[in-house]
Design a protein around this ligand. Sequence first.
Ligand SMILES: [Zn+2]
Ligand SMILES: [Zn+2]
Length: 247
Amino acid sequence: MRLTVVGCGDAFGSGGRLQTCYLVEAADTRFLIDCGASALIGFSRLGLDPNTVPTIFISHLHGDHYAGLVWWLLHAKHVAKRTAPLTVVGPAGVEARLKAAAEALFPGSTTVPPRHELRFLELAREVRLRVGSVAVTPFEVSHPSGAPSYALRFEAEGKVLSFTGDSEWVESLVLAGQGADLYVMECYQFEGGQRYHMSWSTIRPHLARIASKRVMLTHMAEAMLARRGEVVDPRVVLAEDGLVLDL
Ligand SMILES: [Zn+2]
Ligand SMILES: [Zn+2]
């Protein structure tokens, strides 16, 4: 399994980083984890082809995690001339929220149907869902987004890749990442508690019992970026846009 960091920034472009978007490639599947507003920019920078992604998973309905779908679908229709089916998997109401965003930004854009099949699937708390050859289990976290926000645990090709999404520390994050080959964890600050987000000081005490083989810290604000050199832990990788990791 190969993970490509298309974007690992926070909502505000801290450090010049693009918003959240990860590409996962396994033997018989490819999928995106989140699709921040800058997802297509990241794809273009890395020379990746959006038409080859059949499934997009969304952790929660904040713009820096799903708004890129607005441009993704316009690009599919008008530029990429996509014909391959696309499945979007997200929290309850994902289709309506995407439609509202698309109509606010590009009025009338949703009245012309795509030329490819487009289907939406909704996540349900701790219900394992199989989409093609990948399975996802969502764990509810603490991060208000107008719908349930989830940490996502993916199983593909015999590997487990987990992602916290955005959240303050909650115990469901232990189950979501338990024993994972890689746990991508939101680490907004270096220390202290910021409501609905995590810091390195809140994550660190839990790593031993989560027992994931590797941890990737992501979604870092400026203050965390400035101190990221102080994170010295053999389990931990710091996310960078364009980073490729083989599991
Ligand atoms: Zn975010
Ligand atoms: Zn968020």
